[in-house]
Design a protein around this ligand. Structure first.
Ligand code: ATP
Ligand code: MG
Length: 489
């Protein structure tokens, strides 16, 4: 068993005066954060929370969420972060699936919890109720963590189907944080902006890295492109984690102005990175690090290092130091330049899904995680991601990757968002159709868009129809739900 000191306790001993977290007007040093986490741990203990209990939390990005995550580590209880945009029914499903013992919620979500109460036996407490409790003297607050112990059960985004509870250990998080710093470097003056939800890996991983590195997390309650840009320009933010739709909005808000030199990394993940956005960033010398990762890999597992940013534009990079990647097809490893399923291995990869042995056995074979994503390695070993296997369109025997077509459509100046899906076709089996959201104040016809695509794509990839819609179906992490595109018709 590998044991080390509780991360927050250790950090507060090493650098008590360093700023741990800033949100709006409120800031906490590591010492203050540690004191608050200990108080919260004692209050949670007063509710009866104990080792191995699963404690769900329904909260916006807030100081309480940060304190809460650390408080659970002092009790060795398992964090189950819930997505605030889920319906009451969906929340109840996850709470029951996780067999959560407690649900702690932000009072702004009281209405949602009413629905959950009807469908679940979990014990409910709001932040306010928790705050009013008297602390109890816990026999022992856990001042050590074991890398094998479970830290989180985090549900996948539910892009391809029902979300799955991914069990992540302290070791998974530890190695994820260490691996990231071996690639991005560790700068003591870093301030990492968390404008993505803390209930997803992208946000949670920032909190974990920051306590291990001793840097500051700047939290935004909600993503706002103007606020995010201002944090970079005026508040010394050096690293930002973004998904491509966030980055697109930030670039639009930025207009002709530039980011200061202090911005050293725009960490772009979570989904396909459309080439037009990458090229736009290249033109403006914005340091975009493309990365590939999943809930199952505790955030990034493959990232493009800075020296290859321009040369390998469009690649998600190479596996992080302790990680490995292979491309498989029909049980065989494929050579470079051939597309197949991406499989990954490394100490940040989950050991499996919560209480789902079958799904675990299907996804993890001989220590390799089968990602369900299709990609290829180029001859230099750089990973290029094509798409999810489940979204693949097969037309007349040819594979069509929706992400490639979307990327071309997005480069049209009038197109703001694009989604492509396969439509049944009696001659070809399937044919691609496009769904587009246009830029405000810009008009464009279907014919113009399709002609534009025709000039850039092989004939069989050109959508047979383009539909203009108000918005595309997305989940709470703003991921495109391609399986729901056809419902728009
Ligand atoms: P579910 O597993 O429930 O369907 P999900 O896969 O969207 O949901 P996440 O774990 O949040 O849940 O997302 C991981 C997925 O995001 C990857 O499997 C991949 O499809 C996509 N992804 C992540 N990074 C990239 C990238 N750089 N390029 C393309 N796709 C990416
Ligand atoms: Mg997935």
């Amino acid at each position: 068993m590998q044991v080390m000191p509780n991360w927050l306790k250790k950090r507060a001993e090493l650098t008590p005066g360093r700023m741990a977290v800033t949100i709006g007007e409120k800031s906490l040093t590591y010492q203050m954060l540690n004191e608050e986490a200990i108080i919260m741990a004692k209050k949670l203990a007063a509710l009866g929370v104990k080792e191995k209990d699963r404690v769900a939390v329904l909260a916006q990005n807030s100081v309480e969420s940060v304190v809460f995550m650390h408080a659970l580590t002092y009790l060795h209880a398992v964090l189950v972060p819930l997505n605030i945009r889920l319906s009451g029914e969906e929340l109840a499903w996850q709470i029951n699936d996780a067999k959560a013992d407690f649900l702690i919620y932000d009072p702004v979500f009281f209405k949602k919890t009413e629905e959950v109460r009807k469908l679940s036996q979990v014990e409910f407490y709001s932040w306010n109720e928790l705050n009013k409790l008297k602390e109890i003297a816990v026999p022992v607050l856990k001042d050590h963590v074991s890398l094998e112990d479970n830290h989180t059960i985090m549900y996948t985004s539910g892009t391809t189907g029902k979300p799955k509870g991914v069990v992540l250990t302290y070791g998974n998080h530890w190695w994820s944080a260490v691996s990231s710093s071996l690639n991005l470097g560790l700068h003591l003056e870093d301030r990492w902006l968390a404008a993505t939800p803390l209930f997803h890996m992208s946000g949670l991983s920032i909190l974990i890295r920051s306590v291990i590195y001793g840097i500051t997390t700047v939290i935004h309650e909600k993503f706002d492109p103007q606020k995010a840009n201002s944090a970079i320009k005026n508040e010394g933010v050096t690293i930002v984690s973004v998904v491509s739709t966030m980055l697109a909005q930030m670039l639009e808000e930025l207009g002709e102005s530039r980011y200061p030199e202090s911005l050293r990394c725009m960490l772009l993940g979570g989904g396909p990175a459309p080439l037009p956005i990458l090229e736009n960033c290249k033109k403006r010398s914005i340091p975009v690090y493309q990365t590939f990762g999943m809930t199952e890999t505790a955030s990034q597992v493959v990232t493009l290092s800075s020296e290859y940013m321009l040369e390998k534009l469009g690649s998600a990079g190479k596996p992080l130091f302790p990680a490995e990647v292979k491309i498989m097809e029909d049980g065989k490893e494929l050579p470079p330049e051939e597309a197949g399923e991406i499989i990954v291995k490394g100490p940040m990869v989950t050991k499996g899904y919560w209480k789902r042995e079958e799904a675990t056995a299907e996804a993890i074979k001989e220590g390799w995680l089968y990602t369900g994503d299709i990609g290829y390695l180029d001859k230099d070993g750089f990973l290029f991601i094509l798409d999810r296997r489940s979204d693949l369109i097969i037309s007349g025997g040819e594979n069509i990757y929706p992400a490639e077509i979307e990327s071309v459509l997005l480069s049209h100046p009038s197109v703001l968002e694009a989604g492509v899906a396969g439509k049944e076709d009696s001659k070809w089996g399937q044919v691609p159709v496009a769904f587009l959201v246009t830029q405000k104040d810009k008009t464009v016809t279907e014919q113009e868009v399709l002609q534009y695509a025709e000039a850039k794509l092989a004939r069989y990839k050109v959508p047979v129809k383009a539909y203009f819609v108000e918005e595309l179906p997305r989940n709470a992490s703003k991921k495109l739900l391609r399986r729901k595109l056809m419902d728009l018709l």
